[in-house]
Design a protein around this ligand. Structure first.
Ligand SMILES: Nc1ncnc2c1ncn2[C@@H]1O[C@H](COP(=O)(O)OP(=O)(O)OP(=O)(O)O)[C@@H](O)[C@H]1O
Length: 304
């Protein structure tokens, strides 16, 4: 099947600084795809390049098989992009902006007006429909951008940190809406620094670091490849730890000890070390790695 978005040997340099270094990546159709990386990793450059807003130094990008430069008009229809920068439009109300945006794609009439109403409703903007956008809060402006990106029914929705500055309740309703669009077949590409959200939502993840693709895999593969598990012990006496435990101690907060243990170490061995350390255990929790731990360990490896 044609990829929703395909990057082929994409390089983007600003003078000496290469924001993207030969990225080759396929985003499958129908995926909920997380593009993760630290500040400055190159995520927004990738997104702007997908939208045809960045002149590539080398390589090409296709959206559903269409080149974003040569077939710009076509790919603009296929993509809905929510940029990171907030909108600040002094002249038009939210509804007017959505109508203007619809007009760019030749979409008018009753069905389109009903879709605009639905977007306003789903993004909790109905009571702000006639307000000018520069009078909105940051979180509301971001939701206007999401509505604008969806107004032409794109096949691929690209969200560059959509929940920055959006409060918890609205974040949840926004994600419910995104999941609904995804269930209807829309491909969603997401960058976020909230890795718990990425873990809950995304089925496939790419990690970008200093303009390079570190890894791309399904979320399950990524989590399963992580070599550590994390064990927390609650004990009411802080005793001398045996050498095996002390080598694996990550954090100590009062009576709470947190260990990072190789996944292939049998639990029986760990419990043996606990006994040898004469720990009076009140509680024990063992957890597999979270996406955040996997992300940090993969990106730290390249920084050391
Ligand atoms: N127009 C530009 N001119 C020069 N350098 C730029 C330009 N745009 C981006 N960069 C640089 O390219 C690199 C990647 O930036 P980019 O905005 O893509 O990162 P990001 O991963 O989106 O970061 P963040 O999480 O902070 O949004 C950074 O070093 C940035 O300073």
């Amino acid at each position: 099947m044609t990829a929703a978005v395909s990057f082929q040997r994409v390089r983007k340099c600003y003078g000496d600084l290469c924001a993207l270094k030969e990225i080759t990546l396929e985003i499958p159709q129908g995926s909920f795809f997380g593009l993760l990386g630290h500040n400055g990793a190159g995520k927004s450059t990738m997104i702007n390049a997908m939208a045809g807003l960045v002149n590539l130094t080398h390589g090409c990008i296709e959206v559903l098989g269409h080149d974003v430069v040569r077939e710009y008009r076509h790919t603009r229809r296929l993509l809905g992009v929510v940029p990171q920068e907030l909108i600040d439009e002094p002249f038009f109300s939210v509804r007017e902006l959505l109508r203007i945006q619809s007009g760019y794609f030749g979409l008018r009439g009753r069905a389109q007006a009903a879709w605009i109403d639905e977007l306003l409703e789903r993004l909790a903007l109905t009571d702000k429909a006639d307000v000018k956008t520069h009078q909105l809060s940051g979180g509301m402006k971001r939701r206007v951008l999401i509505a604008m990106a969806l107004v032409h029914h794109p096949k691929v929705l690209v969200l560059d940190e959509p929940t920055a500055g959006v409060d918890v309740g609205l974040r949840q309703s926004l994600w419910a809406f995104a999941q609904e669009l995804h269930a209807q077949g829309m491909t969603i590409v997401l960058t976020t620094h909230y890795l718990q959200e990425a873990e809950a939502l995304c089925d496939r993840i790419a990690i970008i670091d200093h303009g390079e693709l570190l890894t791309v895999a399904s979320k399950e593969e990524l989590l399963a490849a992580h070599p550590w598990r994390y064990i927390e012990l609650e004990t009411n006496e802080v005793a001398e730890l045996c050498s095996e435990l002390s080598a694996r101690l990550e954090q100590r907060q009062g009576d709470l000890l947190r260990f990072r243990v190789e996944r292939d170490v049998p639990m029986a061995d760990f419990l043996d070390w606990v006994q040898r350390s004469h720990l009076d255990v009140k509680d024990l929790r063992s957890q597999r790695a979270s996406l955040e731990q996997v992300f940090l360990s993969l990106t730290q490896e390249t920084h050391t």
